[in-house]
Write a protein that binds this ligand. Structure first.
Ligand SMILES: Cc1ncc(COP(=O)(O)O)c(C=O)c1O
Length: 386
């Protein structure tokens, strides 16, 4: 394919350790590696900070602006819909706290969601909001039951799902759920951290109201970087919670800090709580530049093809159960499998230097764009030898 990624060049330039090291990193669903360009961008700001007379506020704020732009263009949003946040949880809390929930409202999530998408909603129960967890169908989220609950239950005010489920790799059909929510005036919230970077989405096509995403996994970015998308029509309706000192109009002018004028910014920056770690957002911006350069579609194809190698292998083994759906439309970068003795196999992989994780009793293998088929084969050979 003409836009195929030159993986050898990518590894040399951005992930040089991957060729130096005997070990294989298939744990991108836990923490992705930093890109070399991200490290350089972050280091530049750290260097400025070491000799603080070098700090350039205007340059740092321009970098944040550029990073918002890069996020927006990756997800089909406008820059004014992006608030920079230090993790996924922050964006989910914006949804839980800034949306005007009332006593009697119901929020739907899948049971077995990552806790970041459960606790902020559970915390609303004190205000009379009910969190309903839809039981899974077998190991996987039960999307049909979620849809049925949205259709049946008139008090549903919000639905919050992971795009890709952290333990099973199950991909939610965001377009379908989002369209139904929009039609019924239900807020649709998405935790994108296990998907974005392995695959890409368009927030408008998916009718998303608020999307939260940390940078530390598939976006190959520093801890402490991430963002929330808030749909433009919603921004002026929502008061920020919590309130930062740059949430208000006029706060770019540091000579007027004591005006105390509580007029929110018109855009999603009203949700940001400044000061945020400039160095980490420089890293995020640089890694997003890389994903843009490689081409989101090409990155997604490559991740999909590496994941499919694991899925095919699992399908050919009688004593291996594939937890992740085999259908490529229902997964992205995470492939979870249960072997005859997953804990022992996990230990063997670890000893052999294959980084992965054990989640809910399954081996979770999560290749990213820089991984190679040879690395996947190596991991599978170790499992075969068990
Ligand atoms: C689905 C999901 N949401 C959220 C997180 C993490 O949230 P945060 O970025 O707030 O640490 C993880 C993994 O750590 C995850 O798998």
């Amino acid at each position: 394919m003409s836009d195929a990624i030159d993986v050898a060049a990518l590894r040399r330039a951005e992930f040089p350790w991957a060729d130096r090291d005997e070990r294989v990193y298939l744990n991108n669903a836990s923490t992705g590696p930093l890109t070399q360009r991200g490290v350089r961008a972050a280091q530049q700001i750290v260097d400025d900070r070491i000799e603080p007379f070098r700090i350039d506020d205007a340059k740092n704020f321009a970098m944040l602006e550029r990073t918002r732009e890069l996020v927006a263009s990756l997800i089909g949003a406008a820059k004014g819909e992006i608030a920079l946040m230090t993790n996924t949880s922050y964006g989910l809390n914006i949804a839980a706290r800034a949306l005007p929930f009332a006593s009697g409202d119901v929020v739907l999530v899948h049971d077995r969601e990552f806790p970041a998408n459960v606790y902020p909603w559970l915390a609303l129960e004190k205000r009379g909001v009910t969190l309903r967890r839809i039981p899974p169908a077998g190991a996987l989220p039960d999307e049909e039951a979620l849809i049925a609950a949205i259709e049946r239950e008139p008090r549903v005010r919000a639905v919050s799902v992971s795009w890709i489920a952290f333990s099973t790799g199950f991909r939610s059909d965001l377009r379908r759920i989002g369209a139904l929510c929009r039609e019924r005036g239900i807020w649709f919230i998405v935790d994108a951290i296990q998907g974005l970077g392995a695959d890409f989405l368009d927030v408008r096509e998916c009718s998303i109201d608020i999307m939260a995403c940390g940078g530390q996994k598939w976006l190959l970015s520093p801890w402490g970087s991430g963002f929330a998308y808030v749909r433009a029509e919603l921004v002026p309706q929502l008061d920020p919670q919590p309130v930062g000192w740059m949430a208000v109009k006029g706060s770019d002018d540091f000579t007027r800090l004591l005006d105390y004028d509580l007029t929110w910014r018109d855009d999603a920056r009203r949700f940001e709580v400044i000061t945020i770690p400039f160095q980490d957002f420089a890293g995020l911006g640089a890694s997003l530049e890389l994903l843009h350069e490689l081409g989101p579609a090409a990155v997604a194809r490559r991740v999909q093809s590496l994941a499919t190698e694991i899925v095919r292998w699992a399908g050919s083994k009688r004593d291996v159960t594939l937890v992740t759906p085999a259908d490529s439309a229902r997964r992205a970068g995470i492939v979870s499998i249960v072997t005859r003795d997953s804990a022992a196999d996990s230990a063997r992989l670890k000893t052999a230097g294959v980084a992965h994780s054990l989640r809910e009793g399954a081996l979770r293998l999560a290749p990213h764009v820089y991984n190679t088929s040879a690395e996947i084969e190596r991991a599978l050979e170790i499992l075969d030898a068990g």
